[in-house]
Design a protein around this ligand. Sequence first.
Ligand SMILES: [Zn+2]
Length: 471
Amino acid sequence: MKTRNSRNLYRRYKFIWCFLFSVLIVLMQTYPQIQGGTVYAQEEAPTGEGENEQTMMEVSEQNQIVVVIDPGHGGENLGGEFEDYTEKEMTMIVANAMREELEKYEGITVYMTRTGDQELSLEERAEYAKSVNADFLFCLHFNMSEHHTLFGAECWVSAFGENYSKGYSFASVEIDMLQELGLYSRGIKTRLNDRGTDYYGIIRQSVERDIPCVLIEHCHLDQENDQPFYDHNEKLLTFGKLDATAVAKYFQLSSEALGVDYSNYQNVYVNVPSNVVAPDRTEPDICMIEVVDQNMQSGEVRVQVSAADYDSGMLYYTYSYDNGQNFSELQRWPDKSADTFEFTMQVPPRIMPQIVVNGYNGYDLYTTSNMISLPSMDYKTVEEIAAELAEQAALESVSEAVQSEKEQSKVVHTRKIPEQEPAKPLSFTYFLTVCVVCALLVLAMTISMVLILGGRKRKRRGRRRKRKKRK
Ligand SMILES: [Zn+2]
């Protein structure tokens, strides 16, 4: 009965069962697409088929941004090395932090060219970015300079068309934030090779694949001005977060997790250049100095500098008081929007100061100023005053030592004197004794002489008496 009933039930609702079964199959087929969502949609290269086109449309509708982070160097290619720091490791730390932070934003997919310590060619990196349909490639680096003199952060962008304007626009956000962190901005620049294409391989390879690329040189490893910005892992994580925030601002992203909304962030508008944006290959146009004040008592000389570079602006200056034989370390240009500023330099005493200044432009090319000779200043330096004071103190301590020695010898004398003083009366008594003894001797001799003479007289008298008796 039961089996017959169930068979009847199946026959009666045959169509309903078929409908339910087909709905289940459709659901099972679409489920992976729902779950994978937009995140992995772009990994499968769109081939122009209906379904994929629809997925891409969904992506663009949702404004899903795809970015690729490229931690510079890797494997055998160590990059810059300074003290205990190796660039390939630093870029990896920054990249991981950048990715972690960026993934807290909505509407963005983040990829990395490498997650381990492997060597990749620049072409492979750009090709990878192309394979994931990247909207932008961010290449992370740390810098070093030939003479270990340069300091600050800089961004390199393509010299061509839209890649220039997009690159410059993002780099403006990045550089502003690096400046807020306290780093000195070396600017946003282009560089060309001999063939007239972008000098940096990663930029050239990306641009060839129509992907805007910015090479971020966070700071210089080999200069003490920049060392405080990277000398701790925490600081590298700060760089990573900063880079991520710059990307979020540029793409006007929001993050519920972070509670930030950059949807109204105003990017710098950069015109798409019709010609190549060539790098600056000429020295600053002007560099002139004037001496404003010379303090003869302190050796301070106040100098006014007027310099300009109409291509890449002014970046650093150095000064010399020996007509350029020796220069100071590079100094920040105080205000890049001003052509004139004043600074004070310390000139040593007893030399004829011959002041010159080198003004550097954004591409580290310099122009030497006019030379100004000044009268020699005869003042005492802090070191000299300190040395004099030390000498004086030394002399005082020596004289004190001499005096105390004298005092000590006086003590010795006073000890001898009581020994000698009783000697004086002793010698006098001795003299007196000698005198008394002598006097006694003289007395004794006189007495004995008198006695002897007396005795002889008696004998003579006796003989005379005997002769008289005989007679
Ligand atoms: Zn590098």
